[in-house]
Ligand binder design. Sequence first.
Ligand code: FAD
Length: 191
Amino acid sequence: MSELIQIVYISRATFEAGPRENGVEPHVARILLKSRQNNPRQGLVGVLFYGDGNFFQCIEGEREAVESLFTRISADSRHKDVRVLSVRNIEVRTFNEWSMKYVPAAREVMMTVKAFGFDHFDPYRFNEDQVAEMLALLQRISDPTLGRLNSAAPPPGEAHDFMGLTYLALAIATLALAVSCINLAMTMEWL
Ligand code: FAD
């Protein structure tokens, strides 16, 4: 396994924000759906925040996968002025439960932004500490889209759990079958 990294970047949406559907701007909803389809296959996790026309995204996973996705994202015409705020090595994925968590411009975020001294969400003015605080906040706030915008594919941890349980059930069924065969053979005095 190659090293795990975390990248945090910001960008400005190029689209005109449409009326929210189920609490999510429609362009953002499409990006989330695609992320939740693609990311589990690459073992990628993270969080996406969209507020005041700006994105703040954190992506975690193996270096190659993160870099390849970031190259794709950078070329996406739905946003511009992509600026990397930090890239660092990590021991474990901190957004492990989400293929792409979504946090809307919730009250907690806007209060934090105000405490930073800004009147709207402008991550281009964040300093290093504010970036770290924003990330910690995004960890804590719950995702209102969970269960509504999920793709069929579960995040990597869940995928492993599901496969593990399937193999265990299969092994138990095989064992039960073998025991029944031996019992039958003994009853019929074949053994
Ligand atoms: P397809 O979905 O088949 O797309 C093919 C091409 O069409 C791509 O070049 C794509 O950029 C472009 N495209 C698709 N839909 C639109 C549209 N509505 N408007 C303009 N161009 C479009 N993708 C992820 O997989 N994981 C992420 O975590 C992720 N985060 C993103 C965050 C932001 C802020 C943005 C703007 C995009 C993000 N994307 C993410 C989308 C990413 O940029 C690519 O569009 C996507 O990964 C391509 O998926 P695909 O290879 O399955 O191609």
